[in-house]
Design a protein around this ligand. Structure first.
Ligand code: GTQ
Length: 354
């Protein structure tokens, strides 16, 4: 533990008596709280942690037998950081969970102020619908549900479909800005051709005059789905073109093509390819990061903690925790953090440790 930057003064009997009277008036002496409030470095309550898909999948399927998606509203196992159990947080600012939709199920349509991203982990052929457009899910697809958009999910495929949800619920609740409501008539109608948003925004083209419209200034990307087939072919091509970064391998960030910024205003998404035998140099940044392995197997040194992972596992590193990745076979990691929010507020820092 780092020494406190601000030292708490001695508590004499006279001071203690005074603090008691302050307490009675809903006040407190700053000099008793300062060392805890203003730290020389981040002191995350969250700890490095990993969730094994092999361990969670049977529990998720058991949840599938215990409760319907309808009754649950969303059938999700929340991934709770061991350092902050009970708060439904995987990091200080983000919520994550694994959602299951069984064959034949549909969920109700709702919307909320929290923004959501989905990363498909298992199964193909389910859909999510956002503002009247459906997209069919495949493993590795990265799908956006921007704040206050009506959304629902369904699975017409013969197999269970599981995805990782990441929402900015703790940020919305930090500001006390939570609103939520159901779609008035149960399930929203399909009003858009599947693939339309991909055609409009996902191919280095934008609808004529798009930059003049209000949505262009909205922070969420208009791209609905970033299909894994596309992501994977970029990584493959770049892998053939060169070795990548000694810390990050070949690492890309998902962008909003209308702004060049991150895909979501509060949630950054990244994908990185680590070549077989990759031994990454250490790095740290102030954005606590949630990883989901899509392919391969390896381990990540998270400060003093070693996290082992393989395809479909989720793990996380708290703010400012040194991270170095080691891959066995060639591996692909997706990751998510609140970096856009930190950067917008001028808070973000990073450091190459070696
Ligand atoms: O799919 O709408 O994991 O509203 C948590 C809250 C998923 C969703 C979650 C939600 C959803």
């Amino acid at each position: 533990m780092e020494p406190a930057f601000f030292i708490s003064p001695e508590v004499t009997a006279q001071r203690q008596e005074f603090y008691g009277r302050l307490n009675g008036k809903n006040t407190a002496p700053l000099w008793e709280a300062l060392a805890r409030l203003v730290t020389p470095e981040p002191r995350p309550a969250c700890v490095p942690a990993a969730w094994s898909y092999d361990e969670l999948r049977p529990l998720l399927m058991e949840a599938g037998r215990l409760i319907t998606a309808q009754e649950a509203e969303r059938r999700v196992l929340v991934l709770e950081n061991p350092g902050v159990r009970g708060l439904s947080q995987i990091t200080q600012s983000l919520y994550a969970g694994l959602q299951l939709v069984l064959p034949g199920e549909v969920t109700s349509t709702h919307r909320h102020m929290a923004s959501a991203i989905r990363l498909i982990v298992e199964g193909s052929g389910a859909y999510t619908a956002v503002d009247g457009e459906r997209t069919t899910m495949h493993p590795g697809d990265f799908i956006l549900t921007p704040a206050w958009t009506f959304h629902d999910h369904g699975n017409a495929s013969p197999d269970p479909v599981v995805w990782l949800d990441v929402l900015d619920v703790p940020i919305v609740n930090l500001f006390d800005t939570s609103f939520a409501e159901h779609y008035p008539d149960g399930t929203q109608p399909v009003t858009e051709t599947e693939g339309a948003s991909g055609l409009r925004y996902g191919n280095n083209l934008l609808p004529y005059g798009y930059e003049n419209r209000a949505q262009a200034r909205g922070a969420a990307s208009p791209v609905f789905t970033y299909p894994y087939a596309q992501t994977r072919s970029v990584l493959d091509g770049l892998r053939r073109a060169g070795a990548g970064d000694p810390r990050h391998g070949i690492k890309m960030q998902f962008s909003n093509p209308a702004s060049g910024g991150f895909a979501m205003p509060t949630i950054a998404a990244f994908v990185q390819s680590l070549p077989a035998g990759f031994a990454g140099l250490p790095y740290r940044s102030t954005d606590a990061t949630i990883y989901c392995a899509l392919e391969g197997e390896g381990r990540t040194q998270a400060g003093a903690t070693e996290l082992h992972w393989k395809a479909r596992d989720v793990f996380m590193l708290p703010s400012w925790c040194p991270v170095s990745h080691f891959a066995g076979p060639e591996s692909v990691l997706f990751s998510f953090s609140d970096r856009p929010a930190q950067q917008a507020l001028g808070l973000w820092r990073e450091q190459n440790i070696d």
